[in-house]
Ligand binder design. Sequence first.
Ligand SMILES: NC(=O)c1ccc[n+]([C@@H]2O[C@H](COP(=O)([O-])OP(=O)(O)OC[C@H]3O[C@@H](n4cnc5c(N)ncnc54)[C@H](OP(=O)(O)O)[C@@H]3O)[C@@H](O)[C@H]2O)c1
Length: 291
Amino acid sequence: MTAVIMDGRGVASAIESTLKTRVQGLEASGVKPTLATILVGNDPASRVYVASKHKAAERVGIASKGHRLEERATEAELVSLINSLNADHDVNGILLQLPLPPHFDERKVLEQIDPEKDVDGLTPTNAGRLVYGQTDLIPCTPRGVMELLHHYQIPIGSSRAVIINRSSLVGKPLHHLLLNEDATVTVCHSKSIELESMTRRADILVTAVGRRPQFVVTEDMVKEGGTVIDVAMNRVDGKLMGDVDFEAVSRKASHITPVPGGVGPMTVIMLIQNTLIATERQNHLLVSPAR
Ligand SMILES: NC(=O)c1ccc[n+]([C@@H]2O[C@H](COP(=O)([O-])OP(=O)(O)OC[C@H]3O[C@@H](n4cnc5c(N)ncnc54)[C@H](OP(=O)(O)O)[C@@H]3O)[C@@H](O)[C@H]2O)c1
């Protein structure tokens, strides 16, 4: 078998076109969606990610403003910036780029973001709503994974899904999203035993470990004809790679995401989509159920 390559870049580009139309509709109602990003410190990868989010905003036609704080900034300074963005009626979405430098209490800071402007879906309010299947503002990476599964018409209901990751950013929200669509979901992590015995039974396998070369999803870990979604981003000898041994696994899976060009572009476009959802909601313009 040779797997269908799930083209995140292409799917994201198609979604981008529909979002442009939505922005034009908002502008016709006198509303200009605006995203504010916050970057603390100088982490080179974070700078690249924030820049790509601003570029995507620009392509779709939404305004975006970047805020930078020094590495040595205090929690009080960051909270004060978040409060001013919460109060600014011209700002519809706030993205706090993670990870923060180690002296910050990430959870405590995230709690300060107004849940209605929380376009990363990481505040306790939106995480709680997700558990009840009630939020529109869903974390971007898991939402992007679900969009890819939908686009390629991968059966989710009654499937056996295995996620290798239990972070609040990826594994936990994805667990709820898959469960809400009737998958039977197993969440694995570094303390899981007999990982292979679980992954081998997965109709849908999502991996987001990011510890290559120590951790690699090999051919013998996947189910024949399964779908393999690789969220991870590892830098190996300057090259961007996922967790999956792509060549070998492609011969066994039915569908597979590449790295780069799979989940990454979906994550960025989901942020823009969330910003539009937040804008529409704040302006009482959300007419159809958000997707
Ligand atoms: N493509 C995108 O848009 C996108 C977005 C977000 C993240 N990512 C990538 O996804 C990866 C994970 O990100 P994250 O923020 O969720 O990182 P994280 O918090 O470090 O999560 C890594 C997860 O992998 C688990 N793990 C580590 N070693 C393992 C092992 N040997 N066997 C099984 N599980 C193991 C960890 O288990 P414990 O919980 O027990 O430590 C943890 O749950 C990174 O490569 C990141 O760059 C990509």
